[in-house]
Each structure stands twice: as C-alpha cells, then as structure tokens.
Design a protein around this ligand. Structure first.
Ligand SMILES: Cc1cc2nc3c(=O)[nH]c(=O)nc-3n(C[C@H](O)[C@H](O)[C@H](O)COP(=O)(O)OP(=O)(O)OC[C@H]3O[C@@H](n4cnc5c(N)ncnc54)[C@H](O)[C@@H]3O)c2cc1C
Length: 385
C-alpha cells in the first residue's frame, strides 16, 4: 500500500530493513524466545547495515534519522522480533536525547564513547518503588571534585547487562522536578546488575536492575544543564512512545494478522476454508481495521513531531499518547484474535502467535502504561476545553 507520509528515502530504508530482517533476524526468533537469549550475534550485522546508529550525525556513522524513519525501522524489525525492536528503542532514545539537549562538549564525549566499539545502550528511568510516577525517583547524583557520583537502583532496564552505555535520570535537588540526565559508561566502577528477570514475553530482551553504588563519572557525562532532565524526558523522550513503543506494537500486529490470514486461507472445517465463515472473516476485518488505524495514527504523529521539534506542542504530545495507547491495545486485540483463529494450533509454540500475544501484553505496560497515556490525553482535553 502507498504511504503518503513516506518519501523515496524512507521507502528505500524500509526495503533494506525488510531484507535484513528476513535474512538475519527471522531465523533467530524461536531460539531466542525459547531460550530467553539476547541475540548478541546481531550486534555486528546491525552496525554494518547502518541500523544501530541511525539517529547519530553522519560524521559518527549515523544518518540523522528522524522519527518517521526510526518508526519504520522499528516496525519492520518488530514484524519478526519485537524484543529486538525494543533493543533499538533503548539505543535510539538516548541518542535522540543527547542530540537534542546536550552541549557540544557533552555530545562529543557521548559520541566518542558509543562509537568506540559496537554496543547497545540502555535507558534507565524506572525504579523499584517508582514506575508511572517517575518524578518520585530516589536515584541521586551529587557533585564530587570535578565530576558526579551516582547512587541508586533502576528497575527492569532493557538491555541492562549487555549495554555499553547507560542514560540515567537522577535526582540532583530536593524539588520534584530537580532531575538531571547522565551518561554512564558500561565499565564505570560501582555499576552492577540484578538477576535477569524471567518474563511472560519479550524473552529475547534482557531485563534486569541496574545498580549504582558510588559510581563516579566525569563532568561531561551530564547531559544539558543540571535540573534539565525532566524537560528532556517530557519534551524529547516522550515522543519515543510513538516512533518506539507504538511502532513495535504495529509490527507485531502486522505479523499476527498475516499469520491468521494465511491460516484462515488454508485450514478447512465443515467442508470449506475457515476464512469463508463470516465469523472468521469478520475477525480478520476487525484486525485489519485496528492495524491500519495504528499505522495511520503513527505516520501522522511522527510527521507532526518531526515538523514541530524541538518544541512539540501539547496537542501533538497528546497524539503521541493516543498512538502509543491505540497501537498497544490494537496489538493485544489482534494477537489474541490470531490465537483464536488458529484454534489449537494458536496455543502451540510452533505457530508463533502465542509468542506474539505474550509480547503484546508488555507494550500496554512499558514506556508509560496505557492508563498513563489516557491520563495525559484526558488532562490535555480538560486543560484546553
Ligand atoms: C518488558 C518491559 C521493559 C521495560 N524496559 C524499561 C526500560 O528499558 N527502562 C525503564 O526505565 N523502565 C522499563 N520498564 C519499566 C516500565 O516502564 C514500567 O513497568 C512502567 O512505567 C509502569 O511502572 P510500574 O510497573 O512500576 O507500574 P506502577 O506505576 O506501579 O502502576 C501499576 C498499575 O497502576 C496503574 N497506574 C499508575 N498510576 C496511575 C494513574 N495515575 N492513573 C491510572 N492508573 C495508574 C498503571 O497503569 C499500572 O496498571 C520496562 C517494563 C517492562 C515490562
């Protein structure tokens, strides 16, 4: 289908990512899910294909990719492996935050660090006692000598144990929004990890606590000014809910609809293909409607964000929340119906749709739960009425 929001460059990138996915990612999906294994062997191919560092400036091996482009890349990868889509999300969001708010010397130091070797990155916000209410965080940073010292514990961090660099939000004052943003190198002394979590889905992604015990970092590891972390998070990072989480959900829903349609065209019952029963074809139609709504909301929202940055309007921020919320709920519905259409086969691991249903659940929770997205949308409506 033609996509009016995509130019020739994005279409070319989409095609090359599809080829990459089918060649490198798809063959690993079952093994990584069954064995809860991070696909570390994809690191070099992702770098060589130009995917890993897409948001970086060209002089650092990137292509200054905008939100629409990142969204397309993550959607295509997530058709095969949503967990890898989330790995890319954790890499791209620190790159975008640094690109938007860091001072030149901070940006230089960050780029030197993350291009020193192939690596994935981690985004550290949640804590054991603090999830949705992120501003209540306990992790602290204080000045020592010419640098900073971090203490605290971040919870359920994607790519925790395999990252080369951590973007960390920490409290630097007593006020609720006295939050700053730091880059912590993976080899920093005092950095350690909790045990890898055993999860319902996203099993190819490593999730663990990241612990900071008197972690000393240089002054240029601060990103932006002291106390600017919350602004960076709300104005820049929250847009990742659209090009990131919503794109993962959309790729996943696409895969589930494809699997269900294929099965409905092959499986016979009562002397005909099950797709010929209206009860099944209506399910497929509703799944297709939900998917297309996600895609259109995603493309339009990314277009708006790309055109409004760096000052994304409250209206567009609300639309980012709509995109995340809708795409995640749609993925949950579509994958659940896919399991139903495949009947007993849908419940068996071999057919993949049970994995998709497990993966979909996570997207309603992470990157700001869907309830929090509804809180944001509701507040916007009431504030502007
Ligand atoms: C697979 C996965 C990957 C993750 N990766 C990362 C990562 O890389 N980095 C990171 O920092 N975090 C990560 N997280 C953590 C994730 O962001 C949090 O789980 C999420 O923000 C929700 O926080 P919580 O689990 O503490 O739930 P809570 O905040 O305790 O909420 C519990 C329930 O209450 C609801 N609720 C809370 N407040 C309200 C309200 N005001 N109105 C209505 N309902 C409300 C929530 O929606 C939820 O249903 C990940 C989580 C998962 C599952």
């Amino acid at each position: 289908m033609n996509e009016i929001y995509f130019d020739a460059d994005i279409l070319a990138i989409r095609e090359s990512v599809r080829q990459f996915r089918d060649k490198h990612v798809a063959p690993l999906v079952e093994d990584c899910d069954a064995n809860e294994r991070f696909p570390i062997e994809l690191l070099e191919p992702l770098l060589e294909a130009g995917i890993l560092r897409m948001p970086l400036p060209q002089e650092y091996g990137g292509m200054d990719a905008n939100c629409q482009t990142l969204s397309v890349v993550i959607e295509e990868i997530s058709v095969a492996m949503p967990a890898l889509g989330s790995v890319l999300l954790s890499c791209f969001s620190p790159m975008r935050i640094v690109g938007a708010v860091a001072k030149p010397h901070q940006r230089e130091a960050f780029h030197r660090l993350i291009t020193s070797k192939p690596m994935v990155l981690a985004f550290c916000l949640s804590e054991p006692e603090v999830g949705s209410d992120a501003r209540a965080m306990h992790t602290r940073a204080h000045r020592r000598g010419g640098g900073w010292v971090l203490n605290g514990r971040k919870r359920w961090i994607s790519s925790a144990t395999v990252s080369g660099c951590y973007l960390v939000f920490a409290r630097t004052g007593a006020g609720r929004e006295d939050i700053s943003c730091f880059v912590v190198p993976g080899d920093a002394k005092g950095l350690s990890f909790g045990k890898p979590e055993r999860k319902m889905g996203f099993r190819a992604q490593v999730l663990a606590d990241v612990v900071f015990d008197e972690v000393e970092i240089a002054d240029d590891c601060l990103i932006g000014n002291v106390g600017e972390g919350w602004r960076a998070l709300t104005m820049v990072a929250n847009t990742m809910r659209c090009w990131g989480a919503a794109a993962i959900a959309t790729g996943l829903a696409r895969a589930a609809l494809d699997a269900a349609t294929l099965y409905a065209n092959q499986r016979e019952a009562f002397g005909r293909k099950i797709g010929k029963f209206q009860g099944v074809s209506f399910k497929l139609a509703d799944m297709a409607i939900a998917l297309r709504q996600s895609q259109l909301l995603l493309r339009d929202t990314n277009w708006r964000v790309d055109n409004e940055l760096p000052d994304v309007s409250a209206r567009t921020q609300a639309q980012v929340s709509m995109a995340k919320c809708h795409a995640a709920d749609a993925a949950m519905r579509v994958t659940t119906e896919a399991v139903q259409i495949l009947g007993g086969c849908g419940y068996m691991r071999e057919y993949q749709v049970e994995r998709m249903m497990r993966d979909a659940k996570a997207i309603q929770i992470f990157d700001g739960s869907n309830e929090i997205q509804r809180v944001i949308i509701g507040k916007y409506l009431l504030d502007t009425s």
